[in-house]
Design a protein around this ligand. Structure first.
Ligand code: GLN
Length: 212
């Protein structure tokens, strides 16, 4: 089964390269017709969240993707992708999918000097390299959101049901563990669905031009 990589703007190609390297088939999701292809997971890449949100609506991709995410499609969202999933942003009134019950702060590290690299644990995984580029961080989460990583006390990685959302850019580093974790989620999707459907009982990396 394939992974769809949203390819409207931003750092989508880097994710595709890693997926292929890990032996996962993928395709670029650019228009409504691309949704005819079956896919087991979705990557929302970094880039510029306002531009991506606008294109999602203009290209009629917003509603079908919203419905699939709500229905349990596994999603890996990086940086701008995290902003698209977040229920709200504390410094921006617009929200996009709003399927992730967190509040983000856009450009939380400042616009110009906001790019840096560090190494932190991520859930059970030790020493994950983290490259931040004009990144958001998560200011608050609902109780049922699992916090996976913090940098300087700020939340930079969370998991909520089928959604894995992070502030940084794993596709710009050589460590593949986060992509592997996401691919693992796509394999256990059926199990996850079964469960939820039960009745209630520091250096500055060069800035790629497409990452505002
Ligand atoms: N600053 C961008 C935004 O707010 C996100 C940057 C990124 O994805 N690297 O949309």
């Amino acid at each position: 089964m394939k992974i769809a990589v949203l390819a409207l703007q931003g750092a989508f190609y880097e994710h595709e390269r890693i997926l292929r390297e890990l032996g996962a088939d993928c395709f670029e999701l650019r228009k409504k017709e691309d949704l005819r292809e079956a896919f087991a997971g979705l990557i929302l890449p970094g880039g510029e969240s306002t531009a991506q949100g606008k294109l999602l609506r203009e290209l009629d991709l917003y509603t079908p993707l919203f419905n699939r995410i709500k229905a349990g499609l596994p999603v890996l969202a990086t940086c701008a992708g995290l902003i698209l999933l977040a229920e709200r942003a504390s410094n921006d009134r617009r929200s996009c999918f709003g399927t992730l019950p967190v509040t983000v702060r856009r450009n939380a590290y400042g616009r110009q000097l906001g790019s840096f690299r560090t190494m932190q644990d991520f859930g059970d995984m030790k020493d994950i390299p983290m490259t931040f580029i004009r990144a958001p961080y998560i200011e608050s989460v609902r109780d049922d959101v699992e916090i996976l990583a913090k940098v300087d006390g700020n939340i930079v990685g969370v998991r909520y049901k089928n959604q894995l959302a992070i502030s940084f850019h794993p596709e710009l580093d050589s460590d593949r563990r986060i992509h592997k974790m996401f691919l693992g989620m796509t394999l256990t999707q059926g199990i996850h669905r079964q469960k939820v459907s039960r009745p209630p009982c520091a250096y500055s990396p060069a800035l790629p031009p497409h990452l505002p």
